[in-house]
Ligand binder design. Structure first.
Ligand code: PMP
Length: 449
């Protein structure tokens, strides 16, 4: 998994080959960065960005006389025309249930549906297509794993969870702990809001059964060196799950290189539709998961005496799947594979740096966990103003940001915050968006302070 290097100084680039010492040193140097004067990319990058942006119809609208400034991509991304077309095309031409019927429409829809599994195998660099399971989203994917592992877990087993985790990567493990008597232990963050690697190493000495990590924090945008963290966990024999919900739209992924047992994400955060998610699982372990959902599609033989389950991937995909959404996801993958070039990744990194530097320059703005290798997200509060007030006043100027605890209450508690505002960018965000957002925040500041 790599993020393209940004030409700005002090940028930390995460690659799967960074050693832990590299990561620790780069973290230290990143935290020493105060302000940077950020120059944005060439006009070539701007032209490329404009071409990408033109593919997103929802971005070209006015709100109360202001052009929409959409900085809530971490909550859900906007969708390119090709995703909308793929889904409309499916319903208009091929709509039929998959896997079941002898007729041609069903054959076409099954082919399109299963083709997306192949696409995902290639996209994630998984070894086998059966390692790709369709779910309804990251939340369901983690529930599939946490429920499916029940028989693997005994009373007293330890489950380590990243303190920056989204609730979706906390609550299913708590439920697993309730069922089995396992014990949850958070992996703390250090003072700079990064996962505390030395505390993590100490916790690993307890030989945890499961380690649940986030790849990129949805609240702060900080990036975990997941390949190294997984490697350390594997040495202690732990089962590892990485929540990639905030990584998948920005980074180039390689689950084999990361080495995790499970990697999960949602379609709607990567320019695809809502209602579709992915669970990647290492075949041998995935094959041992008890199915959370049972019923049609996942069986080999059923009688009133006993049921024999089918094999992967169907065994974990009971019932009629979200077929149109899978097809929309396939189009989103094609979109990302075409458009998310190293240059575009570098442009995204520069926009985040630019956004941070503009907010620092404003004064009276608190930034949280802000490093120049953050992905997609800038978390902030305006002086002591309530985040909700700031969000509403920004919305009145056409600026969409997220305000609240960002489904990361334990993280907010550790930061001693009730909540904060979060501006998040996507492949279509441009410098103008950032400038309009900052100008709107200046007027909010003038009004409130
Ligand atoms: N994990 C992270 C890091 C997220 O950002 C989100 C969505 N905010 C989720 C999990 C849950 O994703 P979904 O609601 O699509 O299931």
């Amino acid at each position: 998994m790599t993020q393209a290097a940004s030409p700005t100084p002090n940028t930390v680039t995460h690659t799967a080959t960074n050693t832990m010492a590299d990561i620790e040193t780069s973290h230290a140097s990143a935290s020493a960065v105060t302000d940077t004067t950020v120059t944005l990319c060439s006009s070539e990058a701007e032209k490329q960005n404009a071409q990408i942006r033109s593919q997103f119809p929802a971005l070209h609208q006015m709100l109360d006389g202001y052009p929409l400034c959409y900085l809530d991509t971490a909550a859900t991304s906007q969708k390119p025309q090709m995703v909308l077309d793929a889904m409309a095309q499916f319903y208009a031409n091929d709509n039929a249930n998959v896997h079941r019927a002898a007729h041609q429409l069903s054959a076409r829809s099954t082919l399109s549906y299963e083709k997306v599994r192949d696409q995902l195998q290639q996209f994630l660099k998984a070894e086998r297509r059966e390692e790709i399971i369709f779910s309804h989203g990251t939340t369901e994917s983690i529930n599939l794993v946490a429920f499916g592992l029940t028989a693997h877990v005994s009373a007293g087993d330890i489950i380590l969870i990243d303190a920056a985790a989204h609730h979706a990567n906390i609550v299913p493990w708590q439920e697993l702990a309730k069922r089995t008597g396992a014990v949850i232990k958070p992996i703390p963050l250090d003072q700079t809001c990064r996962l505390d690697v030395s505390a993590y190493k100490t916790l690993l000495e307890l030989k945890p059964k499961i380690v649940a990590l986030c790849h990129v924090s949805n609240a702060l945008g900080t990036v975990n060196p997941v390949a190294q963290l997984v490697q350390l966990a594997k040495k202690q024999g732990a089962i590892t799950l990485v929540d990639g919900a905030q990584a998948v739209a920005h980074l180039t992924l390689d689950v084999t290189e990361i080495g995790c047992d499970f990697y999960v994400f949602s379609g709607h955060k990567m320019y695809g539709p809502t209602g579709i998610g992915v669970l990647y699982g290492r075949f041998d372990l995935l094959d041992t998961l008890a199915p959370l959902l049972t019923g049609g599609e996942m069986i080999k033989r059923v009688s009133f005496e006993a049921t024999e389950f089918g094999s992967l991937p169907n065994r974990l995909e009971a019932g009629t799947p979200p077929i149109a959404e899978v097809i929309g996801l396939g189009a989103a993958i094609t979109f990302l594979q075409t458009e998310l070039t190293p240059q575009v990744q570098a442009y995204e990194a520069e926009l985040v740096n630019y956004l941070q530097s503009q907010l620092r320059a404003l004064g009276e703005v608190h930034l949280y966990g802000a490093f120049d290798d953050n992905i997609g997200v800038v978390a902030f509060n305006l002086a002591d103003e309530h985040h909700q007030d700031v969000g509403i006043l920004l919305d009145q100027q056409g600026v969409a940001v997220r305000c609240g605890h960002h489904c990361a209450m334990p993280l907010m508690q550790s930061l001693n915050l009730k909540g904060c505002c979060r501006a998040s960018i996507g492949i279509y965000t441009n410098k103008d968006d950032i400038d309009r957002f900052v100008a709107a925040l200046v007027s909010v500041k003038d009004l409130l302070l």
